[in-house]
Design a protein around this ligand. Structure first.
Ligand SMILES: Cc1cc2nc3c(=O)[nH]c(=O)nc-3n(C[C@H](O)[C@H](O)[C@H](O)COP(=O)(O)OP(=O)(O)OC[C@H]3O[C@@H](n4cnc5c(N)ncnc54)[C@H](O)[C@@H]3O)c2cc1C
Length: 330
């Protein structure tokens, strides 16, 4: 690991004063479960590491006056599982439980999960974010790479597990920096980007900016779920995942938000799946058709065609789970 300066600020003002606007100069440390590994492998080599865990405001957790739930970026994942507020957001609870690791849940934070660097073994072995303009993934072992949104150089998949649920639930996030007065609130759906060249990153976050909070809108009807298709029950990433959030008029779906994970360089919103479901009752058939619509535009690479069926199944079962119906399968 390369030597670096270390700082542990206590306020947002101190935090911003320690961050550089020069790309790669500073890295933010939360639980460190992902960042430290990347630093050990010299994939990221910051001059300074700024620890977020001592900043009080980033630990906020609870509803505001309007009933929106605020979650600070450094809240640990197991603390989220322990609070009653998440009862109305089962899609998030299921995504966290899917990690299947007490250690990762105890050490990892929600901000770290949402901002996690891409899942791609070429990137994680030092070949750059796009791994030679996408050539390494195109010609090499691409079994875990993208099946959607992979037309450009970015072939990796977004590794966030909770991001699809936050997007499906219509969450917003608060971002501060790079200036002391800079503060913005954006939908989590607008956070992720597909980089076109090595100088771009996979989110809209610029150097010197920090995600401080997630804001979940008050829920009127609790019909959300995350379903992950996994290789096994250990602490590993899913092969494909989907989050669904449904609103009903009686038994008919009035509004649906379907977001896939682990299939594209960003969490992948599927308007096709949503359109296939709206105006219908949730049945195994309508959920299956929504799953088919979700993967209609999939373009698998040479070794990941199997993910198309898995993504379709994840969408189908997330919808059934959100509607309180049996999902079938294991
Ligand atoms: C053995 C192992 C297995 C894992 N398995 C899984 C898995 O199955 N599923 C899964 O989802 N994850 C997995 N992970 C990844 C990781 O543990 C989790 O995603 C965790 O939630 C990351 O949180 P963290 O606080 O430790 O992040 P960190 O490592 O501290 O940070 C992750 C990234 O986000 C940035 N960051 C953190 N907080 C902020 C913020 N507030 N604003 C801006 N940027 C920020 C950091 O700079 C860094 O680039 C695994 C990790 C390990 C080591």
């Amino acid at each position: 690991m390369k030597n670096f300066d270390y700082a542990a600020p206590r306020t947002e003002g101190e935090l911003l004063s320690l961050l550089s606007t020069e790309p790669g100069h500073t890295e933010l440390l939360a639980g460190g479960t992902d960042l430290v590994g990347l630093m050990k492998k010299m994939v990221v080599q910051p001059e300074r590491v700024v620890n977020l865990m001592e900043v009080d405001s980033l630990r906020r957790l609870g509803p505001d006056e309007e009933g929106n739930l605020w979650i600070g970026a450094t809240v640990h994942l197991d603390d989220l599982l322990a609070i009653p507020y998440l009862e109305n957001y089962p899609a998030i609870v299921q995504a966290i439980r899917g990690m299947n690791s007490m250690q990762l849940q105890a050490q990892g934070t929600i901000g770290g999960d949402v901002c996690i660097r891409p899942r791609c073994w070429f990137f994680r072995n030092g070949h750059g974010l796009l791994a030679q303009g996408g050539k390494l993934a195109e010609q090499g072992d691409n079994r875990h790479h993208a099946i959607l949104g992979n037309e450009g150089a970015a072939k990796f998949v977004s590794g966030t597990r909770i991001g699809p649920a936050l997007i499906a639930l219509g969450a917003e996030m608060r971002i501060i920096g790079p200036g002391a007065e800079d503060e913005q609130y954006i939908p989590v759906a607008d956070f992720y980007r597909t980089p076109r060249h090595e100088r771009e990153r996979e989110t809209m976050l610029a150097p010197g900016q920090v995600v401080t909070h997630f804001i979940l809108p008050r829920v009127e009807q609790v019909h959300s779920a995350t379903y992950e298709v996994r290789h096994g029950e250990g602490a590993d990433y899913p092969l494909a995942a989907a989050a669904a959030n449904l609103e009903f008029d009686g038994s008919v779906v009035r509004r649906a938000r379907i977001v896939m994970g682990q299939v594209a360089p960003t969490p992948w919103v599927s308007p096709e799946a949503e359109a296939a479901l709206v105006g219908r009752a949730v049945t195994p058939q309508s959920a299956d058709e929504a799953g088919q619509a979700a993967v209609h535009r999939a373009r698998p690479l040479s070794h990941n065609g199997y993910k198309v069926q898995m993504a379709k199944t994840a969408v189908k079962r997330a919808i059934l789970l959100a509607a309180g119906q049996p999902t079938g399968g294991f």
